[in-house]
Write a protein that binds this ligand. Structure first.
Ligand code: ATP
Ligand SMILES: Nc1nc2c(ncn2[C@@H]2O[C@H](COP(=O)(O)O)[C@@H](O)[C@H]2O)c(=O)[nH]1
Length: 435
């Protein structure tokens, strides 16, 4: 077993790091583990001459510095009033500081955090003094998504992805021509399983219909605003549909995952294709009308579109229907003839038997991760030591964060984490699961 255990205290004077290794059987791969004992004060004013373009970085909060390749990622809350944990990058090759574009939902600051390199692509940040469902965050610095965004934006980019403990079920993408009944089926699912599913509220530039509420059915937005947000990398996918812009923001998906619910996306085929190409692992379902005539009948009966819009939507439906058998795009095709029959089939393929009225797929007891902790890494396991165990007390002070089944990542959550307490007196990490 490759057990790496170390502790790094940071003394930030002239950017000198003082590393104190408690025990180290193998050098860390370009990384550092930071103890939470004393919140380090990081003063980078002393880095004379490293501020091109007059850039001066001032930091006095709790920060950690992590090396990957020739870059040092400084992760931390630079001011007390900061609403999220900030990122600064020091490029050792050019001796320059860079403030990267930071994508994804950013973690709110806690009183302190530890950080450890997982591989060349990501850093695990553990927020101290938090409950475990807000403790684990991944800072992606070179994943496929981040590399893509770096090219697209021609600048330095990093992305946050929140860690989710447990086997959160995959999001569901529902696609199909306008008027086929996607919204109707989704409403039925949300009504029957309100605590299991959450709807990804899309952005659109189309005008609201009379019964539609902003923030519930859509985020209705101006084209220029949406285009800027797209350029800023805030969208998981977007497409021009029937003459308007529609898109799923990363936040829309994250908001649902944060509630512990399974996300449902109602998007067109172009959007489904983009999500398929992204790192969001989902189930893709195409809803098909029993006939083209029936589709037209439903669109007209809904009475929400002008004749011109109906014609446009029907033309686009032809193309969408042709793509339903596109190799590798949809996992399931459902024909929505009789609504109730189709709904039953949908439930069946989602593994929802008649008697399931579940509230949550897996409820794990949240654990308090204290401010004071040290972390070490062995293979896929992160050992979190939360202090000295008191005799006579079955204190759970050693925890394992198991990343072996980790899935997903930015844009979106990193799912499939296992988190459990271990008894250090037993024979080896993870030998005895206490919770
Ligand atoms: N199986 C069905 N049989 C008859 N009518 C249906 C059926 N399913 C849905 N409808 C009706 O068809 C109309 C269109 O349905 P819905 O609005 O759910 O379609 P949609 O696919 O979400 O459309 P859009 O993509 O434009 O949002 C609605 O009036 C709905 O009540
Ligand atoms: N690519 C995306 N398509 C979306 C999104 N939200 C909705 N849609 C699709 O647009 C059409 C028209 O919807 P309507 O509400 O104007 O009738 C429909 O097929 C939806 O599936 C999105 O975020 N991205």
């Amino acid at each position: 077993m490759k057990l790496l255990q170390c502790e790094v205290r940071i003394s930030y004077t002239n950017f000198n790091l003082f590393y104190h290794y408690v025990s180290l059987t193998e050098p860390l791969i370009g990384g550092s583990v930071v103890s939470m004992g004393e919140a380090p004060v990081f003063v980078v004013d002393n880095l004379n001459g490293n501020f091109p373009n007059g850039l001066h970085l001032k930091s006095k909060g709790c920060e950690t510095a992590i090396d990957i390749g020739n870059k040092t990622y400084v992760i931390g809350t630079s001011t007390e009033s900061a609403s999220t944990i900030g990122i600064q990058i020091f490029n050792k090759a050019t001796s320059e500081w860079v403030i990267p574009v930071v994508l994804g939902t950013k973690p709110k600051p806690s009183k302190g955090h530890s950080a450890i390199v997982l591989d060349e692509d990501r850093i695990l940040v553990i927020k101290g003094n938090t409950i475990s469902d807000d403790s684990f965050w991944f800072l992606e610095v070179n994943t496929a998504f981040v590399r893509e965004q770096k090219i697209r934006m021609a600048t330095e980019v990093v992305a946050w992805s929140k860690g989710v403990i447990g086997e959160a079920a995959k999001p569901i993408v529902i696609s199909g021509p306008s008027g086929v009944g996607k919204g109707t089926l989704i409403s039925k699912l949300m009504e029957e399983f309100p605590s299991m599913f959450g709807f990804s509220v899309s952005h659109t530039t189309r005008a609201p219909r009379t019964n539609e509420q902003n923030g519930i059915h859509y985020h209705f937005t101006e084209r220029s605003v949406m285009e800027k947000d797209i350029a800023d990398g805030k969208f998981l996918e977007y497409a021009a549909v029937h003459g308007n812009l529609y898109g799923t923001s990363i936040e829309a998906v994250d908001v649902v995952a944060d509630k512990g619910k399974r996300c449902i996306l109602d998007i067109d085929v172009q959007g489904a294709r983009s999500v398929r190409a992204s790192s969001l692992e989902a189930i893709f379902i195409f809803i098909c009308p029993p006939s083209f005539e029936e589709l037209e009948k439903r669109l007209r009966a809904r009475g929400t579109e002008s004749e011109e819009q109906i014609q446009k939507r029907l033309r686009n439906a032809m193309a969408e229907l042709e793509q339903r058998n596109s190799p590798g795009l949809f996992d399931h095709i459902l024909i929505n003839d009789d609504l109730d029959a189709c709904y039953e089939k949908l439930k069946k393929l989602l593994g929802l038997a008649d008697d399931v009225k579940s509230t949550k797929e897996s409820v794990l007891d949240p654990v308090h991760v204290p401010l004071e902790h040290t972390v070490s890494k062995t293979d896929h396991k992160i050992l979190i030591n939360c202090g000295v165990r008191e005799p006579e007390k079955p204190a759970k002070n050693m925890f394992v964060l198991d990343l072996a089944s980790m899935k997903g990542g930015a844009p979106g959550r990193t799912r499939g984490l296992r988190f459990y307490a271990i008894d250090p007196s037993s024979n080896g990490i993870g030998a005895e699961v206490l919770s």
